[in-house]
Every structure is written in structure tokens, then in C-alpha cells.
Design a protein around this ligand. Structure first.
Ligand SMILES: [Zn+2]
Length: 478
């Protein structure tokens, strides 16, 4: 009874009126005022700390590789729903364990979102990155001022100290205000192509006044229960020039993942490119094997469509997954929704069983809509698929530090080797990396130790090259 009385009292304290539109507005305005967000159109923050790459772990279901963030410069334009992150970082481990591009020393990553377009800039070139949209929209609107702006723009409501807000298809979240009406915590669910609904949290503390605008100097984020970002904020500038607009190259690429180009590697084997991540289609007597379904549903559905055009009237029986990194596994759920059996390394079998059983309520995808259940099969060292004519060998890349579940696909008769991330051909005439990428060295060692006779590499990034390309990159002298 006492508890009930206390509860009723606190409810009355926090909700002095029944929540009407005007009270909603007034409460949000009070929070806006506390943050110094009134009239704030844009903000720039700078800081440093650590970043952990979600979805690029060495082992599925463990934290990803860590990076030291020398500097993060984030510019947000709330009026145009735009954000830019410019991160200068180094790997905490060298040589690395886990994924992310293999770059030595300090390197810069620049990512943008504006409205419903996400893109990256590498050097001078802008490349669309639709797969990053949900996360970047979450990053934009989960900033302390973003929470209030989102709610005031009709994307959310406030009740007591809790603001509920969402960008449909990308995330839904609740933010908690502290006693001073400052945003102290955001808890949300974000859409992810691999794991469906992923829980995310942001904690803000140690607020300081930066020329009238309050901003936390400590930011902690978790993705899927793992640390994702720890940032010490050193500088905050309100109302900076923040002219972030979608580059023409991004605008014109309306659905870049739908662009599939197929190249016949030999009779019944096609190399599917057209973007950043490739797939291989292998025709068997009464079914089809697809190696790799990267990125997301859009890409997977385009690859499935192309596969059906290349090989009509034969079902896609297997999808072979090179490894569990999210950029390579983003289309796994779509293949599961088509009834394909997934083949992964034993180390990731449980992970993919969870993946195909996971709900995707924020952005219901092909699998969620299909209502299907998929089979997942594991490979330890080697598994052979054959129809009596063609043989497809799925083999582990043993000892590679990129991931503990790396599989390569070897076609002994055709002398083809399909692999991801162990070797990516550099631009023609580019000098090989020196010293060589250790992942490439491990792949070359595996080819020798496993006694594979390879003529052509079909890499899942880059382009088809003869084995000499790989040997050169690995520093192997024939
Ligand atoms: Zn990888």
C-alpha cells in the first residue's frame, strides 16, 4: 500500500497534467532550454578515445577489434538531418586480430548521413553506403540535442523524464533525462541486416557548458551489449557552418546494391560483381550453390534474382558464408528466407542459428516476412559437395587472424579458389604491401599446405586474378 501511495505520488509529481500536446511541447522546451538547445541549428564536437568495430570480431559473438581514436570530429546539422563523422584512428593491435580494412598506422574514416542517404568519402571519392543508414541516423538523433530536436519535430513524445523517439525502419529509442533535465541515457533498438534487432545504449555524463550549450564530456556507447565507443569530448562549437549535402555521385546511385554484373568464369560458374562485395554462383546438376551474400537484403535479393536468371529452374540449395563479418553476412537472412541451407565454419554455426532465428521488428526483412526457418550446417576442416561431375570443396583457412571461421571454396577441376578478405588484389600496377598483409601470407601457406592446385583466384573484393597475383602480394617467390 505504501509503495502504491509512493508510486501514485511520484506519478503525480512527474505527470502533473494528463499528457496533452501542449504539455508535451512545454516539457520538451524545458529540456531544450536546459541543454541550451534553443535556436541551435548545428553543432561540432571533437574528442578522442576508443572505438570497437561491431560486426568485425575475430570470433562471432565477441567484441570486435579495438581502435584508438586520435580524433573524432563530428558535425551535425539538425535542420537538414545531416551528420559527418571524421575519425582518425590506429589499431590497438598490430598485427590486427579481427576485421576492418587492413591499414597500417594512422588512418582516417569519413562517413556521412543526410536524410535517408548515407555515404563514405575515401580520398576525394564519395561512395554510397546504404548499409550504414540506420546506424548513422541513430548516431545523429541520439546526440543529446538530437533527442530533443527529434521529439520536437514530431518523431517523439515525452512523459516525465522519458522521451520516446524513433526513425521508422532504422531505430526506436527511449532517452532518460537527469534531475537537471539533461539527457543522461539513451536505450534503443537498431535495425541490423545480420542480427535483426540490435540493442544499443548511449550514456552521457560530466556535462559542461560550452558557450551556453551544455554537452557531455564523456560518452559511452554499446552495440549488442559490447562496448562500441568511449569518447572524451574536448571541444564543442554551436551553430558552425554545416553544409552537408548529398554528393551527385551518391544521388545518382539510387540503389547501388541492386547493380549486379555477372562474369562467366567457366561453364556453370559466374563471378557476380557490380559493387564492393562479390558473390559466386556455381551450377550443379539439380541445384545451385551461391558463395557469399554480403551487405544487406537489397544486395541479397539482387544476387538471388541474377542467380535465377543465370540458372533458371534449379533451386538455390546452399549459401556458403566466407566468414561472420557483418559486411560479408548481411544477406544471409534473405537466403534463409528463400529456403537455402547455410554453410558456415563450425565456430560460427551457433551464431548463424541465432541470426536466422532473430526478430527484425524495426525493419522487417525478407526472412521476417517469409516466416521460414533455415538450416545451418557447420564445416570443420573440409567438406566436399559433389554431383558426380562438379566438385566443390569448402575448406578452412587455418590459422588466419582475420576471423576464426574463415572458409575458402576450392573447385579442383576448374582450379578456382574463392576467398574473402585474406587477399584483395590491389589496383593494377600498384606496389605490393610491404611487409605483406599477414592474412595474405596465411592464405598462401594454406594453399601450399593443403596441396591446392589453383590457377585463378575469385576474390570476394576486387577482381579475378591468376595465382601469381596472390603469391606476389604474399611475398612468395615461385
Ligand atoms: Zn572480414
Amino acid at each position: 500500500m505504501r509503495t502504491l501511495v509512493l508510486l501514485v505520488t511520484s506519478v503525480l509529481l512527474f505527470y502533473p497534467f494528463t499528457a496533452g500536446a501542449q504539455d508535451n511541447r512545454a516539457a520538451l522546451e524545458a529540456a531544450e532550454k536546459a541543454l541550451g538547445a534553443t535556436g541551435l541549428k548545428s553543432i561540432e564536437i571533437q574528442g578522442g578515445g576508443t572505438f570497437v568495430w561491431f560486426g568485425q570480431s575475430y570470433s562471432a559473438g565477441t567484441p570486435g577489434p579495438q581502435f584508438n581514436v586520435r580524433s573524432l570530429r563530428r558535425v551535425v546539422n539538425y535542420d537538414t538531418a545531416s551528420l559527418m563523422d571524421e575519425m582518425v584512428r590506429t589499431r590497438a593491435l598490430e598485427p590486427p586480430k579481427g576485421g576492418g580494412p587492413y591499414v597500417r598506422g594512422e588512418h582516417k574514416a569519413v562517413g556521412f548521413v543526410s536524410g535517408d542517404q548515407a555515404w563514405n568519402v575515401v580520398g576525394e571519392a564519395a561512395a554510397p553506403a546504404p548499409v550504414a543508414l540506420a546506424e548513422r541516423q541513430f548516431q545523429l538523433w541520439s546526440t543529446p540535442h538530437g533527442v530533443i530536436k527529434a521529439a520536437m519535430a514530431g518523431k517523439g513524445t515525452i512523459q516525465g523524464r522519458t522521451i520516446t523517439f524513433a526513425v521508422p525502419g532504422s531505430f526506436k529509442a527511449t532517452a532518460t533525462l537527469d534531475a537537471a533535465n539533461l539527457v543522461e541515457r539513451v536505450e534503443g533498438t537498431m535495425a541490423n541486416p545480420v542480427v535483426g534487432d540490435v540493442p544499443v545504449t548511449v550514456t552521457y555524463s560530466d556535462y559542461r557548458d560550452f558557450g551556453g550549450v551544455k554537452f557531455p564530456t564523456k560518452i559511452r556507447q554499446t552495440y549488442g551489449g559490447f562496448p562500441a565507443l568511449e569518447l572524451a569530448v574536448t571541444e564543442v562549437t554551436a551553430n558552425v557552418a554545416a553544409d552537408i549535402s548529398v554528393p551527385d555521385a551518391v544521388k545518382q546511385a539510387s540503389n547501388p546494391y541492386a547493380r549486379v554484373q555477372s562474369q562467366k568464369a567457366t561453364e556453370g560458374v559466374w563471378y557476380l560483381t557490380g559493387g564492393t562485395h562479390h558473390s559466386v554462383v556455381i551450377e550443379m546438376s539439380d541445384h545451385v550453390i551461391v558463395v557469399e551474400s554480403p551487405l544487406n537484403d537489397d544486395r541479397a535479393l539482387a544476387v538471388i534474382k541474377e542467380t535465377r536468371t543465370l540458372v533458371p529452374n534449379k533451386p538455390i540449395k546452399y549459401l556458403v558464408i566466407s566468414h561472420q563479418h557483418f559486411d560479408h553476412a548481411g544477406g544471409v537472412r534473405a537466403f534463409a528466407g528463400e529456403g537455402a541451407t547455410l554453410i558456415t565454419h563450425d565456430a560460427s554455426r551457433k551464431f548463424f542459428e541465432q541470426v536466422v532465428a532473430a526478430p527484425a521488428t524495426v525493419s522487417p526483412d525478407h526472412l521476417a516476412k517469409s516466416g521460414r526457418k533455415a538450416a545451418v550446417e557447420g564445416v570443420r576442416d573440409r567438406r566436399v559437395l559433389t554431383d558426380g561431375t562438379r566438385t566443390v570443396e569448402i575448406r578452412q583457412i587455418a590459422g588466419i587472424q582475420h576471423a576464426d571461421d574463415m572458409l575458402m571454396v576450392y573447385l579442383p577441376k576448374e582450379k578456382f579458389l574463392i576467398e574473402a578478405d585474406a587477399y584483395t588484389p590491389p589496383a593494377p600496377n600498384a606496389a605490393p604491401m610491404s611487409p605483406p598483409n599477414p592474412f595474405t601470407v596465411t592464405l598462401a601457406e594454406n594453399i601450399t599446405k593443403q596441396g591446392l592446385a589453383v590457377d585463378q583466384i575469385l576474390p570476394l573484393h576486387g577482381r579475378m586474378v591468376p595465382l601469381t597475383g596472390l603469391n606476389k602480394a604474399a611475398g612468395v617467390t615461385p
